[in-house]
Design a protein. Structure first.
Length: 129
């Protein structure tokens, strides 16, 4: 039983989202009004599996975006901890360490992005030649 994206039912889309968010087959089946066996059959269909993987990536990307949105406030809080004269030294060291680690990770991400752009540019130039 193969199907295309446009042939999916609303129950199957619901199942995809629930599976991607970690729900069990039994929970998905109950919510979608189908049997657990039906959910198990859906899960082995290539198109369905692909859509579950895409949904997982979308959920992951959304979570990362939320973390990024909170990073600015987290940084402010860490700086306040570091600058507060009443904060114990050990706490300041932990805050400083956390801040520096996050800065290093951010720098690493930026370097990876630059490297990917360079590689893509090189690949494009090789294809054109």
């Amino acid at each position: 039983m193969l199907f295309k994206r446009e042939e999916l039912t609303s129950e199957q889309y619901t199942a995809i989202l629930m599976i991607a968010s970690g729900k069990s087959n039994a929970t998905v089946a109950k919510e979608c009004g189908v049997s657990t066996r039906t959910v198990e059959r859906w899960r082995v269909i290539p198109t369905f599996k692909t859509l579950v993987k895409e949904a997982i990536l979308d959920i992951y990307d959304a979570a990362i975006a939320e973390l990024i949105l909170g990073a600015k406030e987290a940084t402010r809080q860490l700086i306040q901890i570091i600058e507060d004269e009443e904060t114990p030294r050990k706490t300041k060291v932990v805050a400083i360490n956390s801040l520096l680690n996050q800065a290093a990770k951010y720098k690493s991400v930026l370097l990876e992005e630059r490297l990917e752009k360079l590689e893509s540019s090189l690949d494009d130039n090789l294809i054109q030649d």
